[in-house]
Ligand binder design. Structure first.
Ligand code: ZN
Length: 160
């Protein structure tokens, strides 16, 4: 018997192609799960950054993972509104990001839209003495920072 919980435990194994330590549940992009006839499922996902090519890959990965777990038919549709924000990322997801060496979003965009003022602690040594090097890091979703304490550069997952 397929339940929403069993679907969620399968989706927890689908990772973000850009940051493999994050599952799509950590990202908070799964908006809707509908189960029909026990072996058909409809999943609604909200795209993250519009410039991120990862979404079609995520959709394919969701499909493959669910089919591998015995579902017969998997439909994935995009839920474009409301738009995804980094506020939807789980606390666990943020901790995983930090452990992976990427500074997680520092602000809740709903409460504080002024990300420019963000102090981004270094994920390596936790120093707050860091500087923005470039608004665009390894991908458009990330900014490149450098730590003045340990001198290491690191990516910051920008609030959005
Ligand atoms: Zn550092």
């Amino acid at each position: 018997m397929i339940t929403k919980e069993s679907i969620l435990s399968i989706l927890a194994q689908v990772s973000d192609p850009e940051v493999p330590v994050l599952s799509i549940l950590d990202l908070g992009i799964v908006r809707d799960i509908q189960i029909h006839d026990d072996d058909k499922v409809d999943i609604g996902i909200t795209p993250t950054y519009s410039g991120c090519p990862a979404m079609s890959m995520i959709a394919v990965n969701i499909k493959m993972e669910l089919l591998a777990h015995g579902l017969k038919q998997v439909n994935i549709h995009e839920v474009l509104s409301p738009a995804w924000t980094t506020d939807w990322m789980t606390e666990e997801g943020k901790q995983k990001l930090n452990a992976y060496g990427i500074a997680p979003p520092q602000y809740n965009t709903a409460n504080n839209p002024h990300e420019r003022d963000a102090v981004v602690p270094c994920p390596l040594c936790e120093s707050k003495d860091t500087v923005l090097v470039s608004q665009f890091g390894s991908t458009a979703c990330k900014a490149l920072y450098k730590c003045n304490s340990c001198l290491e550069p690191f990516d910051y997952f920008k609030c959005h």
